[in-house]
Unconditional design. Structure first.
Length: 455
């Protein structure tokens, strides 16, 4: 299940370390790798990192020859560990282990110099020899705390949740980012963790005067439904801040269970992620991955659909919205037209790979500009569509809000399919096929692959 892009990069890295005869060269530098895994273990266990000099001494000691180790032990017993290692200059220049040790020390020192020019918090920085620059940027983004307050309610709630649950999500609860004051007074586990609280307690009472149990901090996105259920059973009946009219409406909705659809619990998860929530990157609780005040791609798509605005996409038009599911339209907006090139051919001589003519129309991912699809006929678009769904879910270049909205719109597509003809996909793909093969592309002389996608 590893994405093809990762496997290709690993293969290139593997070949880069091999010689011209595709055989491994010198023994890998275990010292630098050992230092990296030692630091990684300390971060996972959340224990203080040992000093850099201690790691260097341990690494030197491991790669000393047997004779040097014996000499070290004898010197240590005689001089009370005054000289923990033997200097490199005292060894013979013909000793192979001497060269290996010198290389290890130089690499570790180089890593330390790079570390000194990086962030000051060593515990949050990975070994530059083992982690790419892109991963470091991702970790920095993950450590950012996004503050926000919003309701849990979504437009599709009535289709998947009971009337009581819809009312609670809209009128009685809100999700918020915990602050320093919440940690000091309210007992929040950590700064930036998202909690679910009573809307009227938060609006009418200061934090120190609120009732216990007015807020819950779910351990993961999948526990949000349970946190709301706990508020319903333990707090709302005793809360004195809820207005009388709201209380009466809430009481009238009691006894109405959840919808009978099987994926109601999954809807709680997917709607929360589409709202901007995700499991904490630190492994504890829930946090925002985007500002909840900003509209999600699904909400922007809904506004364009209601106002009948153009899609700003060549392969998808405004008239397609009424004849397809929202999920399919938003998915196809993530691709732009492209032409078949010589580099797109697969396999060697007598291979049964791609045999399209040069210039054959196709589609390419607008985010990574690498994944390209060239179906031979409109009826083959069905298989290509399944591959596109998989690619968008795995592509690292696709923004996470788009992925979350696509997953959320899958629930809506279940309802929309019941109102569409059975062959709606085939009709839609035929229209796309005709646009690619029979219409003139806009700005075809320019690079279409650099076209920007409008979510």
């Amino acid at each position: 299940r590893c994405p093809i892009e990762i496997r290709e990069q690993l293969e290139l890295m593997k070949r880069a370390k091999a010689g011209p005869d595709y055989k491994k060269g010198d023994k890998p530098k275990h010292g630098g790798r050992k230092v990296f895994f030692h630091r990684l273990w300390c971060r996972i266990q959340r224990i203080p990192l040992p000093s850099f000099e201690k790691l260097v001494d341990q690494d030197k000691e491991e790669y000393l020859p047997d004779s040097a180790k014996k000499e070290k032990n004898s010197d240590a017993s005689a001089k009370d560990n005054e000289h923990p290692i033997i200097s490199i200059e005292e060894r013979s220049q013909n000793d192979k282990s001497n060269l290996q040790l010198e290389t290890i020390v130089e690499d570790i020192s180089k890593a330390k110099d790079e570390e000194d020019h990086g962030t000051t918090e060593v515990a949050e920085e990975f070994d530059p020899e083992s982690v790419s620059h892109g991963v470091e940027e991702t970790l920095q983004e993950e450590n950012e705390v996004i503050d926000g307050i919003t309701r849990l309610s979504r437009d599709d709630d009535p289709h998947w949740l009971s009337d009581a649950q819809c009312f609670i999500r809209q009128e009685l609860t809100e999700v918020f980012t915990s602050s320093e004051k919440d940690i000091e007074i309210g007992g929040a586990p950590q700064r930036g963790q998202v909690g679910i609280r009573c809307l009227y307690c938060a609006k009418n009472k200061p934090l120190e005067d609120r009732q216990s149990g007015h807020v819950y901090y779910p351990s993961s996105v999948s526990q949000i439904q349970q946190a709301v259920s706990d508020l319903q059973r333990r707090h709302f009946q005793l809360c004195s801040e809820i207005p009388d009219n709201i209380r009466e409406t809430f009481k009238s909705l009691k006894g109405y269970g959840a919808k009978s659809e099987d994926d109601t619990s999954q809807y709680w998860i997917d709607s929360a992620v589409e709202l901007g929530l995700c499991d904490s990157f630190e492994g504890q609780g829930v946090q925002f991955f985007r500002n909840p005040k900003n509209k999600s791609p699904a909400e922007e798509f809904e506004l364009e659909k209601n106002d009948n605005l153009p899609t700003k996409s060549f392969i998808v038009r405004a008239e397609d919205r009424a004849e397809c599911t929202d999920h399919l339209i938003l998915l196809m907006q993530q691709f732009v037209p492209c032409r078949f090139q010589e580099s797109d051919r697969r396999g060697g001589q007598n291979s049964r790979g791609r045999d399209r003519p040069i210039g054959f129309p196709g589609l390419v991912c607008a985010h990574c500009k690498k994944k390209r699809y060239f179906p031979v006929a409109a009826k083959n678009f069905s298989d290509t569509h399944n591959l596109m769904v998989t690619h968008i879910g795995n592509c690292f270049n696709v923004p996470f809000p788009i992925k979350a909205s696509l997953i959320y719109l899958q629930h809506r597509s279940i309802l929309q399919k019941a109102e569409l003809p059975n062959n709606y996909k085939l009709c839609f793909f035929k229209r796309i096929w005709g646009r690619l093969h029979n219409e003139e592309w806009p700005n075809e002389n320019e690079k279409l692959d650099s076209q920007t996608v409008v979510n």
